[in-house]
Design a protein around this ligand. Structure first.
Ligand code: ZN
Length: 229
């Protein structure tokens, strides 16, 4: 596996002073989602059928939950706040949490090939060296080592609602976990760094369905992490 990762230039990056003792869960970061339970659901600008319909959602689609007003649920729809009837959605806790506080510098998806891959199978979160990294969900550490393009990295296997996942945390500075360890969602697994093929302090984070599979040109079995937060 040969993989090069993007160059990051940390400009006037604001970094929070968050520090946590090891193994402190960060449950406060858990967010909620809603899943559509009807074939076609109207999406409106306000919490009543008198408000304008701006789109529709279909069975099984998921959205970030933003709150409720009466019998209406507020969702994030194409990046803005919209409303759907609560009767037709099911609220659930998002499977994963954000693994660190940082600025998104490269999203999931097609890439220009400059760094040896034409599909970026994860997200890059720029943060100062030493910023804590949390396990994005409860699971077992299956990799914790310094190797290859990922530098100091951790992989955790999870089973959530019957689905197996593998999460990947790359370019870290310090690793606070070892292979075989069971780790709780939100537990500190190490710190953000600049190891491996990395040109600026950031966390490269991936989520795969089932076991880790890498492709430099396709998603393979990776998933956009933002669909799971
Ligand atoms: Zn990356």
């Amino acid at each position: 596996m040969k993989k090069q990762l993007m160059t990051i230039t940390l400009g006037a990056l604001l970094v929070s002073g968050l520090t946590l003792p090891a193994s402190t869960p960060v449950e406060a970061s858990t967010s909620y989602k809603v899943k559509v339970t009807t074939n076609v659901l109207n999406v409106r600008t306000g919490p009543a059928t008198t408000y304008q319909k701006v789109g529709s959602a279909t069975l099984g689609q998921t959205f970030k939950y933003l709150g409720a007003t009466g019998s209406w649920t507020k969702i994030s729809y194409n990046g803005s706040t919209k409303y759907v009837a609560s009767t037709y959605v099911k609220k659930y806790s998002a499977p994963f949490i954000m693994p660190t506080k940082g600025t998104l510098t490269q999203g999931y998806g097609p890439a220009n090939g400059k760094y040896g891959y034409t599909f970026h199978n994860g997200i890059d979160l720029a943060a100062a060296k030493g910023t804590p990294v949390q396990a994005a969900a409860t699971g077992q550490v299956i990799v914790a080592r310094n190797y290859g393009a990922y530098g100091n990295h951790v992989m955790i296997s999870h089973t959530i609602n019957g689905q197996a996942y593998t999460s990947v945390y790359a370019h870290m500075d310090r690793l606070n976990v070892v292979k075989g360890q069971t780790i709780a969602k939100g537990a500190n697994i190490g710190t953000v760094g600049n190891t491996g093929n990395s040109f600026g302090s950031h966390l490269h984070f991936e989520i795969h369905k089932n076991k880790y599979v890498y492709s430099s040109s396709t998603a393979a079995n990776s998933v956009n992490p933002y669909t799971l937060f």
